[in-house]
Design a protein around this ligand. Sequence first.
Ligand code: ADP
Ligand code: MG
Length: 385
Amino acid sequence: MSRKVREGFVEVYGAEPEGVWAAPGRVNLIGEHTDYNDGFVMPLALPHTVHAAVSRRDDGVLRLHSADVPGAAYQLRLDELTPGADGGWAAYPSGVVWALREAGLPIGGADVQISSTVPTGAGLSSSAALEVATALALSELYELGLSRPWLARLCQRAENDFVGMPCGIMDQMASACCTEGHVLHLDTRDLTQRQVPFDLSAEGLRMLVVDTRVKHTLADGAYAGRRRACEAGARALEVAALRDVAHEELDAALARLDARLDDPEVRGCVRHIVTENRRVEETIALLDAGETRAVGAVLTAGHASLRDDFRVSCEELDLVVDTALAAGALGARMTGGGFGGSAIVLAEEAQTEKIAEAVTSAFEAGGHLVPQVFEAVPSAGARRL
Ligand code: ADP
Ligand code: MG
């Protein structure tokens, strides 16, 4: 892979790159849609990575090319980068350059070649991997000395303000900060983090990722809508963010909410966020106690909450979860923003083949696309190769 992106760079730009950087996609174990509510998340990095071969330029020009998208290289002037101007893939890396410059960091220009093994639009966060690979390359080449959390914040700013997608901080932090063999327990309010050992194979367990191949790209408006509903809930409850509603006070908070705002959508969102933060706590406690199998039920409860309260699942994601559970999985849930994308399945090692076959058959019987099934092995975060 690293060779491929290097050779691609030489082909497009006619010289060797100064270096090659890698940033992974992720799945989130638990803690979904909590990241823009100041809550808790638990992502792990996948072996699937975006590679960026990059060289500096000193003429204020940014050139961008991706081996995964047909077409010639984009050529842009740094001082003309405008938020919202370019709807294509180049908006992600140019947004990163824009965000670095907005933060007052000196970037003279760059040539960038991208090549990736992260499926796009599959809920595995190819967009954050693309941003983080680009940002880390520029940070190191221009010796900007950015900490990983700061780098992740600038990438989030690129996606929020330049691309126009109001995502939280989880994906960028996962790509920048995850480590091999661990899940990242992250407090998205202050970005404090803990690397939690996550070695399923030592316990005879496996985690499968099922990419339904239903693209979530058309759902950006729905994502923004959920975010607004969460903010409306926080305002009505007079808290800074839904993270501040304690699980013990959920019933009282919902009663207060009903009295002030008769909106079933907001009510469902509040319920999901408050119970989901609790599920992250439960998962951490179970992992710390070595009771990994019991995490399965928490995942399944998380899916029900995303399906019924937050309403971001879809037929195919529900089919993965229902089929996997019927075939003997310990737990399963959609992962990522929803409306398509991927689900994760926790299972005994001996059961995984049977479960994967059951899911594939169910998709065939239902007339859906053939899903992509692979194992989630907790892998390294962003790095120079
Ligand atoms: P996800 O992050 O879940 O994969 P998004 O819709 O957030 O889905 O991001 C996908 C977009 O990121 C793609 O449509 C494309 O614009 C960009 N992207 C991801 N990977 C690549 C790549 N290898 N080359 C070019 N653009 C990419
Ligand atoms: Mg994304």
